[in-house]
Design a protein around this ligand. Structure first.
Ligand SMILES: [Zn+2]
Ligand SMILES: [Zn+2]
Length: 326
């Protein structure tokens, strides 16, 4: 029997998964702000998630912390809790709850392709699957990230007097872009906005090779260089110090042409840390779950598809989860 309610509370234990408001006991899937919030009593999460939460919110952002390894089983009152890699960002996890042999899996955010910087996604068989659906419409098919990043390298060669300003979120996306650039052979210093520094340093300390990074200072000449910044910085006065900007952004949403136009992006990089439509639907089928709850994204589209497959599906609207962490 399923013991988790629509707020992702494991009822017999009164432990919430990714609570949207402070609770006594919480399991946190990963450190993105729409999942990890400060102010909880006890927090159980992977070591990386805990460390990133502390970096962003301070050491006292929860009453106490307990870390759990991938695959390690913790038993609380006859209910087993196990974390599995979600492949989304460093430390991200899916959480399996087992009660009298009945398995409920909460995916959190996930992607099934291996980005080589987070622990690769692991498929977990279950009875009830509670899946994210950020890109839960068939129009969302993410291209190969290695091909996307080549657009930047090509443009650099063509536009030697320009600075390529890439908008990307600080946690996960920025480090992935840097890693992809390095793997594509880009060896020069990459300049970063101050808001990216702490997390980039953290990833480097985890032995993820990002090469030489330098914080943007006022004195530099950025001609023919790459600068990474949060997407909002591309549109505020911070970006005025650069001349000959080529505006780039990395996001799964940029497969929608309208978004590219709206954000005045010259080089859209369709690079996402979420499962696309194909990965979502494959994961649902491969999980063998008979019952699927869909949360946080394009819920209706995916629910419709699941029902057509003869499975039980239900949308699970969780307030406060946005599309911004893509
Ligand atoms: Zn996330
Ligand atoms: Zn999310």
């Amino acid at each position: 029997m399923n013991i988790i309610d629509y707020r992702l509370n494991i009822r017999p234990l009164n432990i919430f998964i990714d609570p949207q408001f402070p609770v006594e006991k919480a399991l946190i899937t990963h450190a993105h702000a729409d999942h990890a919030r400060p102010g909880n009593g006890k927090v159980l999460a992977t070591k990386e998630t805990i460390e990133i939460m502390k970096l962003r919110y301070g050491n006292n952002c929860a009453g106490s912390f307990q870390s759990i390894k991938y695959g390690e089983k913790i038993k609380i009152n006859d209910i087993n809790i196990t974390f599995f890699p979600a492949g989304h960002i460093l430390g991200s996890a899916q959480i399996l709850i087992e009660n009298e042999g009945y398995k409920t899996l909460v995916t959190g955010d996930y992607k099934t392709i291996d980005d080589c910087i987070s622990e690769p996604f692991e498929l977990v068989k279950c009875d009830t699957l509670i899946t994210e659906a950020t890109f839960g419409l068939p129009i969302f098919q993410h291209p190969n990230a290695k091909d996307e990043i080549k657009k930047i390298l090509h443009s650099i060669n063509e536009n030697k007097d320009s600075v390529h300003l890439i908008g990307c979120y600080a946690l996960g996306k920025a480090q992935r872009i840097i890693y992809l650039l390095r793997n594509a052979g880009y060896e020069k210093t990459i300049y970063i906005h101050g808001a990216l520094e702490k997390i980039c340093d953290y990833y480097k300390n985890q032995k993820i090779s990002l090469g030489k990074l330098e914080k943007v200072s006022n004195l530099e000449n950025f001609k023919n260089n790459i600068v990474l910044a949060p997407p909002s910085a591309l549109r505020d006065k911070w970006s005025r110090k650069f001349k000959n900007i080529i505006a780039c952004q990395a996001s799964g949403w940029l497969s929608i042409k309208q978004r590219v136009k709206q954000n005045q992006i010259e080089i859209p990089l369709i690079i996402s840390d979420h499962a696309d439509w194909t990965a979502l639907t494959e994961t649902i089928i491969n999980s063998s779950a008979k019952r699927i709850w869909v949360t946080h994204g394009n819920e209706e589209g995916l629910v419709y598809w699941i029902k057509k497959k003869g499975l039980d599906a239900q949308p699970l609207s969780i307030q406060g989860r946005g599309e911004d962490r893509d």
